[in-house]
Every structure is written in structure tokens, then in C-alpha cells.
Design a protein around this ligand. Sequence first.
Ligand SMILES: NC(=O)c1ccc[n+]([C@@H]2O[C@H](COP(=O)([O-])OP(=O)(O)OC[C@H]3O[C@@H](n4cnc5c(N)ncnc54)[C@H](OP(=O)(O)O)[C@@H]3O)[C@@H](O)[C@H]2O)c1
Length: 223
Amino acid sequence: MRIGILGAGGMADALGTQWARAGHEVMISGRDASASAARAATMTAEAARTRTEMAGAQAGVVGVRAGSWAEAAAFGEVVMVAVRQAGLAGVLASAGGALRGKPVIDVANAEGPYDPARPIAPLIRDLTGGHVVKAFNLCHVDVWRLTPPVFDGRPLAVPLCGDDPAALAAVRTLVADLGCTPVDGGGLDRAMLLEATAAFMIGLWFGGADAQAVLPPMAYSGV
Ligand SMILES: NC(=O)c1ccc[n+]([C@@H]2O[C@H](COP(=O)([O-])OP(=O)(O)OC[C@H]3O[C@@H](n4cnc5c(N)ncnc54)[C@H](OP(=O)(O)O)[C@@H]3O)[C@@H](O)[C@H]2O)c1
């Protein structure tokens, strides 16, 4: 798959490296072309190193490229938006109309207190005309660097919220490529629940609580 990434920061690096290692073509983008190019080079090296480690000596990897916002948006069959909230509207304006009708992965969390009256996912849908799927926002960037993200023998489950079946299918594949399990989280109208959940869990973690411990095992779910 060709994956365009709007962003050249932590999330772009972590997830883009995983997908390059899995054999996808990746292009990242940021405000500073030389910094993005340097990041793309380290991603390529890391993807090649881990691919060789996991798959054997002959494993090759397609190089990660760097481009402008518009180039990454045009490059991707799937495009991940991984920019900070402050830059979101400007970056999406620079990306132009290239995202219209494409699967668009939204990983964003709110900076500052979460405002349920201003959910991020539908804003990205409205600004891009893309088929937005909210995913990957519940875990810290370092989780997305793990090969694979498996805890106590259980692959991490990644909830997806989106409306378009083809976009959801593409993102499910990308979740599985990390060694994680995709979970159907419902339509894009439920993406705000993922955003609020992240805000709540981050608050618990910062308060020193074990947020993972707040939910009982399935047998006690009441279902
Ligand atoms: N970090 C996490 O643990 C984590 C976890 C889950 C979700 N997320 C979400 O993922 C998204 C990206 O986070 P990240 O950790 O990758 O952030 P980051 O490392 O700070 O990277 C932010 C990216 O946004 C770009 N950007 C464009 N306009 C900007 C502006 N006005 N101000 C700041 N940055 C701007 C930056 O461009 P340059 O490359 O030119 O600097 C950079 O590529 C955010 O929505 C965040 O909520 C993060």
C-alpha cells in the first residue's frame, strides 16, 4: 500500500517505520524539508534493521520518502494525519483536495482539556472530504514502536471508528501489520468517544493510576 503521512514527528516515525518494515511505501511530510528527509532516512534504516531481525538476513525494505504536505497527500492511497492540533487546519489546507475520497487515518488527541462540542475526527472529515477512520489515539507513541505491541501474551486491540467499509478494511490491514488486533468501534459519530476516552485515560496515567486496571475481564462485562 502507498501510505502518505501528514507529519514527521513521533507518531509519523513510529507507525510509518512499522509500515515500511511490513513492506508498504511510506512518504512523510513536515514543515522543514531537510528535517523530514533526515527523519525519513532514520525510519528507513530502522525499518530495514528490524525487518532483517524479524524476517531473516535477506529481507529488504522500501525506502521511506519525504515530501511536502501536498506531495504526501497525493502519494498516499491511504493518508494518516499526524500533526498537532495547532497545525491541523493549516496543514490540511496545504494538502489541498488530494484527500477527497481517500481513506484518512486520524490519530489526533486534543491538546489541553477535551471539548466534546469540538470533536476532531468530523473536523478532519469536513476539511478533507476523506473517508476518516479514527485509530491509534489511545496509546502513547512508544507503544507504536514495539515489535509487536503485545502485553501479557495478548496483542494490543486497536479500536477503529469510521463509516466507509473500504477505508476501514485498509486500516484493519495496517493494524494487523503491527501485530495488533483491529476492533470495530462503530461509525465516525463514535470517534468522539475515542477522543474522550484518551483524554480520560491520559488523566489517570498522569495521576499515577494504572488505567488498564479500570476495566474488568470480559467474563465480568455483563454481556
Ligand atoms: N505522542 C503521542 O504519544 C501520541 C499518542 C497518540 C496520538 N497522538 C496524536 O498524534 C498527533 C501527532 O503527535 P506527535 O506525537 O507525532 O507530535 P510531534 O512529534 O510533535 O509531531 C507533530 C507534527 O505536527 C507538525 N505540525 C504542523 N504544524 C504544526 C504546528 N503549528 N505546531 C506543531 N506541530 C505542527 C510537525 O511538523 P514539523 O515536523 O515540521 O515539526 C510534526 O510533523 C497529535 O494529534 C497527537 O495528539 C500522539
